[in-house]
Ligand binder design. Structure first.
Ligand code: AKG
Length: 215
């Protein structure tokens, strides 16, 4: 059953973006690589998706959002965000997302011959929604290097990474239309999180492209 978008505030349209149909700029133009250590890296491209207001609306309306609950000690609690899932064969909510998956698979083909397959969707309704520290360690991510690519739409949110064995976290601010790719040993040697924020925050959608079997 789909969850109601309930407390979600309206998204503020970007000044220059609101009438533009979604499209992708060239992948690699302005892509910055941050080496976290010898084995792990993060690529970040600002504003990869143009026309992301329209894409945000389309995805927010068409994904069958689900609210999840999980066991926490002796209680079952709401997971603080809504989620959706598209397997490799499912039609994505907008053709530009299929182009994004194709473009990412081509760009990273040398290190990821199997390409990107699934698309996970998360809706952070406001600053109270979050995801706790974790790595995507189901599937290949547990034992081998892999890639997870995130397209961020809507309000900016910080995505943090920290080494599993302790150490300072590294912060990436993800804005409207940005692309972030975690590569190398990121999923097994680092963890990532989107922490809550007390600052007034509009809704954000994260679209994660993963290789087959990785979660
Ligand atoms: O919100 C994001 O971009 C990160 C989502 C994430 O790490 C996850 O769903 O596993």
């Amino acid at each position: 059953m789909s969850a109601s978008l309930g407390r979600m505030p309206a998204m503020q349209s970007s000044l220059f973006d609101s009438d533009t149909a979604p499209s992708l700029s060239r992948l690699g133009d302005g892509l910055t690589r941050t080496k976290l250590d010898r084995r792990s890296w993060v690529d970040h491209q600002l504003g990869w998706v143009a026309g992301s207001d329209a894409l945000f609306d389309e995805v927010a309306q068409s994904v069958p959002w689900r609210a999840e609950r999980r066991q926490m000690y002796d209680r079952v609690v709401d997971v603080p965000r809504l989620v959706g899932w598209y397997d490799a064969r499912a039609q994505l909510p907008h053709p530009v997302l299929a182009d994004a998956r194709f473009g990412l698979s081509a760009h990273y083909g040398e290190v990821l011959p199997e390409g990107f397959a699934t698309a996970g969707m998360c809706l952070y309704r406001d600053g109270r929604d979050s995801v706790a520290w974790h790595g995507d360690t189901i599937g290949r991510g547990r034992t081998e290097d892999t890639l997870v690519a995130i397209v961020s739409l809507g309000a900016p949110r910080a995505l943090l990474l920290r080494p599993r064995n302790g150490g300072a976290s590294v912060r990436f601010m993800l804005g409207h239309g940005d692309l972030l790719v975690m590569g190398g040993a990121c999923q097994r040697e680092w963890e990532h999180a989107v922490p809550k924020t007390t600052k007034p925050n509009g809704p954000r959608i994260s679209i994660q492209f993963r290789p087959p079997g990785v979660r």
